[in-house]
Design a protein around this ligand. Structure first.
Ligand code: SF4
Length: 369
């Protein structure tokens, strides 16, 4: 059988071999990895794999690799420090104005580079009703919380009824203005992003944002774009999230195609994540200088509309920091040097330099989520 004719979700080493996504000689390797980490590949994404290409960027994201069992000393089970910032089960409060709620620990696909790979997988389940109620109580009690991010796992794998229950419970809190859902479902199983799912995400008077995860332009098929259109038609704002992955998208042409595909699908490029220090993911990471160089090349070729922010989640739970290239070098005398998108440097005299420095000194350094 070839991947193109696959009709069911692939969840085991045998499934991957049977579908032609790995040779039978790789079964022991796949099984060794499967003993630690879940396997999941949907028909929609399996159909995109070109089995004749040993470096296929779609297959690479979902077919296990023996290198996943090699752990660098810097890698950790909880790479972005969720646990340290979790006042109640399933909720992470890292920034004053927003929280994460991890509604479910299952996904339609299991990405080999997942930053929560130690926590997600079949059988890992859904946040219990009591835990969800406690999370809602926490949000209600903290008036500074303006945005709630629903994540997991993939929260769009829940039924429309469960999604609507979560939406309405949070939307009933006056100070919550924005509900942001992080999902891979529009590319992994676009047929499951129905009008009913899109409607379940909406709440009167609140802004719904859907952050769509994709890493290669080929993932944004016509079906995936239709799923995005259904979300937009119901009123969702769409933003992207991608991970910079060695061998998948670590070259300028692939990243440019991906960012343009997002915009064509009505998705504003938002984040390009530097790979987190999840166990067994060294082979996925690209050096930060290379990531910055790629961002420089993107900025030279793409409009701001199509350019994401390159971010690093600081290990230990300290939040995200933009780590893209520096475009300006400030001199103490107000004489600055600005680099244009083509890499040419220009002088800029900032007559307000001293005032600006004063503002910078008195402002806390902020991170983003
Ligand atoms: S969909 Fe997201 S949470 Fe699920 S395995 Fe992929 S990266 Fe991890």
């Amino acid at each position: 059988m070839t991947s193109g004719s696959q009709r069911r979700r692939l969840t085991s080493p045998e499934d991957l071999v049977e579908a032609g996504l790995a040779g039978p000689e790789r079964l022991p390797e796949l099984e060794a990895v499967a003993n630690h980490y879940a396997i999941g590949l949907t028909p929609a994404l399996a159909a995109l794999v070109r089995p004749e290409d040993p470096a296929d960027p779609i297959a690479r994201q979902f077919v296990p690799d023996a290198r996943e069992l090699i752990r660098d000393p810097a890698e950790r089970d909880d790479p972005i420090g969720d646990d340290a910032m979790s006042p109640v089960n399933g909720l992470v409060h890292r920034y004053p104005d927003r929280v994460l709620i991890k509604l479910v620990a299952v996904c339609a696909v299991y990405c080999r580079f997942c930053f929560r790979r130690e926590r997600v997988g079949p059988g890992s389940g859904t946040l219990s009703a009591d835990d969800f109620a406690a999370a809602v109580d926490y949000v209600r009690a903290h008036e500074g919380i303006w945005e709630v991010i629903l994540t997991g796992g993939d929260p769009l794998t829940l039924s429309p009824r469960r999604i609507a229950e979560a939406t309405q419970a949070l939307a009933a809190i006056d100070h919550v203005k924005v509900l942001r859902w992080h999902t891979r479902l529009p590319v992994a199983a676009p047929e499951r992003v129905t009008k009913a799912v899109a409607r379940a995400l909406m709440a009167e008077g609140k802004t719904t944002v859907v952050a769509v995860h994709a890493n290669h332009a080929r993932e944004l098929t016509e079906s995936a774009r239709s799923a995005c259109r259904r979300l937009a038609a119901e009123g969702a704002m769409l933003v992207s999230q991608s991970v910079l992955l060695k061998g998948v998208n670590d070259d300028p042409e692939t990243l440019i195609d991906l960012m343009r595909a997002f915009v064509e699908a009505r998705v504003k490029p938002y984040y390009l994540h530097h790979g987190d220090l999840a166990p067994g993911t060294t082979h996925w990471r690209v050096s930060i200088p290379r990531g910055q160089e790629l961002m420089r090349l993107l900025r030279a070729r793409l409009s701001g509309l199509a350019t994401p922010t390159y971010v690093l989640d600081i290990p230990g739970g300290h939040g995200k920091a933009p780590i893209g290239p520096q475009w300006i070098h400030c001199g103490e005398d107000g004489e600055h040097v600005v680099t244009d998108p083509q890499g040419i440097r220009h002088g800029y005299a900032d007559r307000l330099g001293a005032d600006s420095a004063h503002i910078a000194d008195s402002t806390a350094v902020e991170t983003v989520n």
